[in-house]
Design a binder for this molecule. Structure first.
Ligand SMILES: *Cc1c(COP(=O)(O)O)cnc(C)c1O
Length: 364
């Protein structure tokens, strides 16, 4: 195997138990995007064994895969545009988010077809201007009282929970509670109210309600390094490492240009290692010189452009690395997920979710 992702399921279990100690809410494990690149089904099973009682996904396909793998826990899918197969969802007891009157009508009609009352979570837009009901709210209240659906939950999403103490969080929370009151005033009392993502779960116990939705923290990573510190500083353990074999090791002279366009040249006579992963595997291209690998006992920085299937590292003239050695590319003793994110000008979420499906996941 020229490259692989090592997923530490015990770390995920530990992170869940750690978060659980700090809340009396039920835990919903967010396993969208192939469990943030860690593997949908193994992570979902681990989460349920470690104290999570709900699963959350974006797509209906993701929810259906969980059911096909005999996972019986309640599942919410929240990104289901009109045109999705709501009948299939309802038949499989997948709970659906309702972000508009249009969705409500489609889900109700699908319920009739499936001969089952759909279980839904009403989603309100409290200031993010993304998902959820906004302009139609008053009209929605008139529709929901006569709709043939069962309202299980009421929810919204924070835009700035990773900036604890930011005024915008209070603003969203207030609006959320106000809309909930309005819903209850028309006689609909949802059993599960939920608002908190990882950042709010870790920093704002006042908004835990009945369910907290854990994504990034479950994988041992921080929602925001700058405002909240690293995952380790939050008491979490990163679960992902990415490793790849060295395809070649070679001696080159000082001044040799490396890779496409020769954007960098060797600064001394040195050994280069060719790492068998590239941007098609999820190694971000704009990381030359800013990230690298750990191999033969030390770090070796990327030199030159990252290619589609490979990149080159400067091993240094005294390196003992040989072709076939396993280099740690991301995590462990190598450059951390957060270092890769910073090198690529992005966030840890994007690094883990973009490791391509052609890189096999191995569970340890
Ligand atoms: C992705 C997502 C989460 C998880 O967010 P984290 O910051 O990863 O904890 C929670 N709720 C919803 C609706 C999401 O889409």
């Amino acid at each position: 195997m020229r490259a692989f992702v090592e997923v530490d399921l015990k770390a995920i279990a530990k992170n869940i138990r750690w978060v659980k100690r700090g809340t009396s809410a039920e835990l919903l494990a967010v396993v969208k995007a192939d469990a943030y690149g860690h593997g949908l089904v193994p992570v979902a099973k681990t989460a349920l064994k470690s104290g999570a009682t709900w699963l959350g996904v974006a797509l209906l396909e993701e929810a259906l895969i969980l059911r096909a793998n005999k996972i019986k826990a309640p599942i919410i899918a929240w990104l289901t545009p009109p045109g999705e197969d709501f009948v299939a969802a309802i038949k499989k007891d997948i709970q659906l988010s309702v972000p508009s009157i249009k969705h409500l009508k489609l889900i109700e009609a699908a319920g009739k077809k499936a001969k089952k009352r759909p279980l839904v979570h009403i989603e309100v837009d409290t200031g993010m201007s993304r998902g959820g009901i906004l302009d139609e709210w008053d009209e929605f209240l008139k529709e929901i009282v006569k709709a043939k659906v069962e309202v299980v939950g009421f929810w919204s999403h924070f835009a700035r929970a990773d900036e604890p103490g930011h005024e915008f969080n209070n603003k969203q929370e207030k609006l959320f509670n106000q809309k909930l009151l309005e819903l209850m005033n028309v006689g609909i009392i949802p059993k599960y109210v939920h608002l908190a993502n990882s950042a709010a779960t870790l920093t704002n116990p006042g908004v835990h309600n009945q369910i907290v939705r854990l994504g990034i923290s479950m994988y041992g990573l921080s929602p925001d390094i700058k405002f909240m510190g690293s995952g380790e500083e939050l008491g979490l353990k990163p679960a992902m490492k990415v490793k790849a074999l060295l395809h070649l090791v070679k001696d080159v002279k000082k001044g040799s240009p490396v890779g496409y366009s020769g954007i960098e040249s060797t600064s001394r006579d040195t050994k280069l290692g060719i790492v068998s992963m590239g941007y098609s595997d999820g190694i971000p291209r704009p990381t030359s010189n800013k990230a690298g690998v750990f191999v033969a006992g030390k770090r070796a920085p990327i030199i030159g452009r990252v290619s589609m299937d490979q990149f080159v590292v400067d091993l240094g003239p005294d390196s003992k690395a040989k072709a076939g050695d396993i280099a740690t590319v991301i995590g462990g003793k190598g450059y951390s997920i957060d270092e890769w994110a910073s090198a690529a000008g992005t966030i840890n979420y994007e690094i883990v979710t973009r490791i391509a499906s052609r890189v096999p996941r191995i569970y340890v």
